[in-house]
Design a binder for this molecule. Structure first.
Ligand code: ADP
Ligand code: ZN
Ligand code: ZN
Length: 742
């Protein structure tokens, strides 16, 4: 990152003044100089005037000498306020953020701001406020839980609070509603108390519940991590249900016992309550969760508890990778393959990759866990950069599901279901088992078709069809959110013969209810879980086999375990087989394996049915017969042959504008600035997969080379020069280093 320190005010010198260089949160790859009486220490927040605004930035200390000389000719604006007595971030996090700004070529000021909770970005003092906690009263401790059966939310919450008192923020995180909380309070079953900050001395290590007896593979993994002479990164590759979490827990115990803190990254908020409960059961230490449901105040408090050493364990999503710790001892990244670990807008970092960097910088072990590791991590194992720990057996004796294929070429489909599948489901249901049908498309139908003339209802702002939402009688664009009343007539020919084309989960639910009237269906997707608390309830109901038939999207593919499910069907896997996205095959393998992993226990092993038009496809065959691990390694060889990541380093410039020519012109201007190099390939500008979205035309320019160092040099050379391009002023543009989806 260039720190071309520049001044932005013309006047005369005042020699007595000192100069401080400040990183301000603006999309410019440079810092700005201000005058001050005394230079605030590097890393201290300062409030500075910027244009007609006041911004909170970080002091970078005195500017480099040439810049000071230059600024002597100008009158600098003074720093308005120094906000901290001492640098706010520990050196390790400060370094990590600098590293990330450089690697992702994102403006330092914005990256540093990203490392802070919102209140600190706004200039609030870094001080803790007591927050509210809740605990049971004597009456609440005695009440027969069954008396609350009419109010399941209250019942669940009371049970949780009997376990242990909880902070308000953790209650929200576990998807309990404010109403349930208030109701229990009104009944005087629970009471609130003031929770004071967890400070350093507040916790000591204690085991809550006894650890499980490890199987040999688990024991080997835990021993390897504990015995390492110097900290390193581990890929814990364990089939679904193999007990990876137990490995995490026992590896963590050693770290916590030494009084050190552990950071656990999970792909999404939906998984945090579940993970939290398991961790709370095992360890009687303060556990803090960082996730998007926290209020700004709660987030700051949680952040401070980590920084002050009061939190023993921090569980968080992607952005928690920047959490400061007083004594970090280990980082765990669960579901390391999950694409939600990569931020897809603004500062586009990958939390897994930053975890590895942070582990090296802070000299702590990093455990990357997954049943379906990314090809990047598998390659890092092959290159001996990561140590490999394998769990090949399901813990507790459960067997992995058997995978089968149904060729649906020329088979009639009923709401997306083939007759052989329907029959198989019937058998399973009649035996009292649970079935799960996976379809990654919510809504009633992915398009609305005129039966007379073939017209399809297309979003007016995107190159995409509207999804039919039958129950709401709406058309909805899933790309820009645009909504319309469901039309009664074709826009082209006026016919009233409008039908949904294809199947979404809403229709599937309806079809299943008609096919199997005796077996209640539960649908879990974004539409059925909008109400607060409903996702948690649905997942519990599903796991407890209250519904023999489950229908779900992506939401159920991750982490959750449904022990009563013995048949898993994936209705449509064809899209990914012939996708232009080079990661599509990897993603499909991960998805199938993860969904398949939701099923089965020791007494009733599961079956997976994949419906496809291409049963002979090499990828499917490889996955079914050889398993994800072998499948992924053959994909990796293919990537090597085709020189794609991880065997190539990519950077993607994107530009979008209402006028497609402006977007193209912007990328052409960038391309012209890229220095020529025999080992660098530049592709484009080319249209994005969905060229028009929300009314904007989207283009991209791909930069590809073999050496990471070369890519960095190239970007470092080019980025500072972009601010002079007038073509960029008319478009929205961005740079994505290691792009995931394009
Ligand atoms: P993963 O995270 O690999 O999917 P989990 O850690 O959730 O797997 O473990 C799956 C199930 O196996 C859990 O119910 C867990 O309690 C159980 N389990 C894990 N390790 C053992 C073990 N060593 N002995 C018995 N049960 C175990
Ligand atoms: Zn749209
Ligand atoms: Zn028509």
């Amino acid at each position: 990152m260039t720190k071309a320190s520049a001044s932005h005010h013309t006047a005369v010198t005042d020699a007595a003044e000192q100069v401080v260089s400040v990183a301000v949160p603006v999309p410019l790859a440079r810092s700005f100089d201000y005058s001050c009486v005394q230079v605030p220490a590097r890393g201290v927040r300062v409030k500075v005037p910027f244009g007609n605004r006041a911004l909170v930035g970080f002091s970078l200390g005195s500017p480099a000498s040439e810049a000071t000389a230059a600024s002597a000719e100008y009158k600098l604006k003074p720093v308005a306020e120094v906000l901290d007595d001492a640098p706010l971030l520990p050196e390790a996090v400060w370094q990590l953020l600098h590293w990330a700004a450089d690697y992702y070529q994102h403006p330092l000021g914005e990256v540093l701001a990203h490392g802070l909770p919102v209140l600190l970005r706004q200039g609030e003092p870094a001080s803790y406020q007591t927050t509210q906690g809740y605990r049971v009263t004597a009456a609440g401790a005695e009440l027969e839980l069954n008396e609350l059966r009419r109010a399941p939310q209250q019942q669940r919450l009371l049970a949780a609070l009997r376990n242990q008192p909880l902070l308000r923020r953790d209650i929200t995180a576990q998807e309990f509603s404010g109403a349930a909380l208030k109701a229990l309070q009104d009944k005087e079953l629970i009471e609130s108390f003031q929770h004071s900050p967890q400070t350093d001395s507040d916790w000591s290590f204690a085991i809550g519940s006894e650890p499980l007896q490890l199987n040999p593979e688990q024991a080997l993994a835990v021993a390897a991590i504990g015995a390492a002479s110097k900290p390193q990164t581990y890929l814990l590759e364990g089939v679904t249900g193999s007990g990876k979490t137990e490995v995490y827990l026992q590896a963590m115990a050693d770290v916590l016992r030494k009084g050190k803190q552990v950071l656990v990254l999970v792909p999404e908020i939906g998984l945090t309550p579940q993970t939290l409960r398991r961790f709370q059961k095992r360890f009687a230490v303060p556990i803090v969760m960082l996730h998007s449901a926290l209020t700004d105040r709660e987030r700051l408090d949680a952040w401070l508890e980590a920084k002050n050493g009061g939190a023993a364990i921090v569980i968080g999503t992607r952005s928690a990778i920047f959490t400061p710790f007083q004594r970090l001892g280990m980082i765990i990244v669960d579901e390391e393959h999950d694409s939600s670990l990569k931020q897809q807008e603004g500062f586009r970092y990958h939390a897994r990759d930053l975890a590895v960097v942070r582990g090296q910088k802070e000299q702590v072990p990093v455990i990357l866990g997954s049943a379906t590791p990314s090809l990047e991590s598998i390659n890092n194992v092959a290159q001996k950069r990561y140590a490999h720990l394998e769990l090949t057996q399901r813990a507790g004796g459960a067997r992995l599901a058997r995978q089968t294929v149904v060729d649906i070429k020329q088979l009639p489909l009923k709401g997306g279901l083939s007759v052989p599948l329907i029959e198989q489901m019937r058998k399973e249901l009649e035996r009292g088992q649970q079935v799960l049908v996976f379809l990654n498309r919510r809504g009633y139908a992915p398009a609305l078709l005129c039966h007379e003339c073939g017209w399809l209802a297309q979003c007016r702002r995107c190159d995409a069809y509207y999804t039919v939402h039958q129950r709401q009688q709406m058309l909805q664009c899933h790309h820009c959110g645009d909504q319309q009343r469901l039309p009664k007539q074709c826009f082209d020919c006026g016919s009233t013969q409008l039908v949904g084309r294809g199947t979404g989960t809403e229709q599937l639910e309806q079809t299943l209810a008609e096919l199997f009237p005796d077996y209640p269906v539960l649908r879990i997707d974004r539409d059925s879980t909008r109400r607060k608390g409903s996702l948690a309830k649905h997942l519990t109901d599903a796991a407890e086999n209250k519904y023999p038939i489950l229908v779900g999207t992506q939401m159920i593919a991750k982490g959750h375990h449904f022990p009563h499910v013995t048949l898993v069907a994936l209705l449509d896997v064809d899209g990914a087989l012939y996708s232009s996205d080079f990661r599509a095959a990897e993603r499909l393998g991960q998805l199938i394996t993860q969904v398949a992993g939701r099923a089965g226990r020791a007494s009733a092993p599961g079956t997976v049915v994949l419906q496809t038009h291409h049963p002979e496809h090499d990828l499917l065959q490889d996955l079914i017969h050889n398993g994800y691990s072998a499948f992924a390694r053959s994909l990796l060889r293919e990537r090597q042959l085709t020189q794609l990541p991880p065997f190539a380093q990519l950077a993607l410039f994107r530009a979008e504008a209402h006028d497609p020519q402006q977007a193209q012109a912007a990328l052409n201007a960038i391309a012209a600035l890229l220095p020529e190099h025999p080992e660098v390939f530049v592709l484009g500008p080319m249209p994005a997969v969905m060229e028009r979205r929300a009314g904007r035309y989207r283009y991209q320019l791909l930069v590809q080379c073999q050496q990471r160092g070369l890519r960095q040099q190239l970007l470092q050379h080019t980025l500072p020069r972009l601010s002079s391009l007038v073509e960029l002023r008319r478009v929205r543009w961005s740079l994505d280093v290691d792009p995931q989806d394009f």
